[in-house]
Design a protein around this ligand. Structure first.
Ligand SMILES: [Zn+2]
Length: 85
C-alpha cells in the first residue's frame, strides 16, 4: 500500500531553481546546484502540492518558462534598438 501519493513542487533555497519531489522523502537533490534540499515546509518554499505527477512536472515546466521569460525580458529592453532608417 502506501497512500502518500503527494507530490510537492518546491524552490531550491540555494539557487532558486524549481523541481518536484515526492512527499515523504526527507530530502531532494537540486538538479542545478546539487544542494540536498530538506523537504521541510518550514525551510523551503512550496509552490504546489498535488496528487498527480504530471501536474507536478507541468508546474515545474511552467515556472521554468516564466523565469526564462523574465530574464529575457530584462535583457531585450536594452538590446532591441534597431530601426529602419
Ligand atoms: Zn539549487
Amino acid at each position: 500500500m502506501g497512500s502518500s501519493g503527494l507530490y510537492i513542487v518546491l524552490l531550491c533555497p540555494r539557487c532558486g531553481s524549481v523541481r518536484y519531489a515526492k512527499e515523504g522523502q526527507k530530502t531532494a537533490q537540486c538538479l542545478r546546484c546539487g544542494y540536498r534540499i530538506p523537504l521541510n515546509p518550514f525551510k523551503v518554499k512550496i509552490l504546489l502540492r498535488t496528487r498527480s505527477r504530471e501536474a507536478a512536472a507541468e508546474a515545474v515546466k511552467r515556472f521554468k518558462v516564466k523565469a526564462a521569460e523574465a530574464r529575457k525580458g530584462a535583457k531585450a529592453k536594452g538590446v532591441r534598438r534597431l530601426r529602419l532608417a
